[in-house]
Ligand binder design. Structure first.
Ligand code: ATP
Ligand code: MG
Length: 425
């Protein structure tokens, strides 16, 4: 990757252009991390770039961005540019080609605004990024207020970079984020979702969550959800189920969203009774709908989120779940994620006895077939002369419960029960 990028850069330089590594790859390298991709900034225009390389793709020609295919890599080569006048808080209304310095100034944070000349092994720093990088500080380039006003997605990018690289957000930048947090609603749901996925799934989410909370970024994200039951409080890590979910591990987006929405509602999680109302079926549906509306997440993600929360809800209901409920839960693909939420709850001292009891049950279930083929199916009921209808489903459900609980073992017993249920209903 680096050698491919270096080849592209060297070719531009040999043709007489200025060309540097730019942005994320310079930052990653200075943090001692392997960049996941290399971007090149140059004074060559898109036409020049296309003339220099055989395999190119005009991905963002309007912005001066050309993708150059070199070796196994695709390297983004962008002409130095300045963005002018963001009218909508999302997109620059025009771009023009500009000096390297202007190109640095259009970038979001000082640690993202560096260039590197790999031929002379020299960092080119117009924004004070090196000092901030060594001090592990995230700072907006220029006037923070203006930068967040012109592009609201930077509000989430700030949290992403600060958490990912363990940076302190410099006070003026932090205050500006707090002031502009509400503007996040003007960013498209898809872009918010993509940033959130990057923020909430890696282990560094534990650093991001208090920031989202304290900057007031959760309110716009969860704006379609029922308002949390009580006044917002200072962030309390000891009470945060979100922080305890599978800490140190990368988790899926659906689990992250399930934990996040539960935690957003539950400022006072140790109140077990409140937790039950937050895990009731109607409430879960509201939460999931709110996430779908705000983030336009895929059905797959929201279905998983719903299944995770429902699983937790069934297991924590007032009465201990039945064997059939346990087996039905345990055979779902989302069971493992739901169990991670249960463990997190126990860790913060919520429902600890129930969670211990559940763990023992799960230990037993491991040796069992939790989803056996049903002894009786719809065709059996038809063959027995029952007419199809809404009651069919209930009968099959109840007979399957009996099977899961070993109350019926043979098909004949199961049929007997089915006919009894049909007659008695
Ligand atoms: P990652 O490793 O997550 O890709 P990155 O720094 O490469 O991080 P990108 O979103 O790929 O981030 O953007 C590349 C560079 O473009 C950034 O480093 C930054 O200089 C600039 N940039 C990207 N998005 C913005 C933005 N919304 N506002 C200003 N500059 C931006
Ligand atoms: Mg990048």
């Amino acid at each position: 990757m680096r050698s491919d990028a270096l080849a592209v850069l060297t070719k531009l330089r040999q043709a007489g252009f200025v060309a540097y590594f730019a942005g994320g790859c310079v930052r990653d390298q200075l943090f001692g991390l392997e960049p996941k991709d290399y971007d090149i900034a140059t004074d060559a225009t898109p036409r020049h770039i296309q003339e220099q390389f055989r395999k190119t793709q005009a991905v963002g020609a309007a912005f001066g961005v050309i993708l150059v295919h070199q070796g196994q890599s695709a390297i983004e080569v962008a002409t130095f540019r300045a963005d002018s006048s963001y009218l909508d808080g999302r997109h620059p209304s025009a771009v023009r080609y500009a000096t390297p310095q202007e190109d640095a100034f259009r970038r979001d944070f000082t640690v993202n605004g560096l260039f590197f000349d790999p031929l002379e092994e020299r960092v080119i720093d117009f924004v004070g990024g090196q000092a901030d990088l060594s001090a592990r500080r995230l700072r907006a380039i220029g006037r923070a207020d203006e930068r967040f006003a012109e592009d609201h997605l930077r509000l989430l990018r700030a949290v992403r970079f600060a958490s990912r690289f363990n940076l302190d957000i410099e006070p003026e930048t932090a205050q500006a984020i707090g002031r502009h947090a509400g503007s996040l609603v003007r960013i498209s749901p898809e872009r918010i979702a993509e940033e959130l996925r990057l923020i909430l799934t890696p282990p560094t989410r534990v650093a991001a969550w208090p920031m989202l909370w304290e900057f007031g970024l959760l309110e716009p994200i969860f704006r379609f959800a029922p308002p949390p039951p009580e006044q917002k409080r200072a962030f309390d890590p000891a009470r945060s189920v979100f922080l305890s979910v599978s800490s140190g591990e990368t988790i899926g987006f659906a689990l992250a969203l399930a934990a996040a929405s539960l935690c957003y509602q539950a400022h006072h999680l140790p109140l077990d009774a409140d937790l039950r109302s937050l895990l009731s079926d109607p409430f879960i549906r509201k939460q999931v709908r709110a996430v779908r509306q705000a983030l336009k997440t895929s059905n797959e993600t929201t279905d998983q989120m719903q299944a995770i929360l429902r699983g937790v809800g069934v297991l924590l209901q007032e009465a201990k779940p039945s064997v059939a409920q346990l087996k039905r839960f345990y055979s779902q693909p989302t069971a493992a994620d739901a169990i991670l939420i249960l463990s997190a709850l126990k860790q913060i001292g919520v429902q600890a006895d129930r969670v211990d009891w559940l763990r023992e049950r799960f230990g037993e279930l491991q040796q069992m077939d939790c989803a056996p083929v049903p002894l009786v199916n719809g065709e059996d009921l038809l063959a027995a002369g029952l007419s199809p209808g809404p009651r069919f489903k209930h009968i099959l459900h109840d007979v399957y419960d009996a099977q899961l609980e070993n109350r019926v073992i043979e098909k004949s017993q199961a049929m007997e029960l089915a006919l009894k249920l049909a007659g008695g209903g």
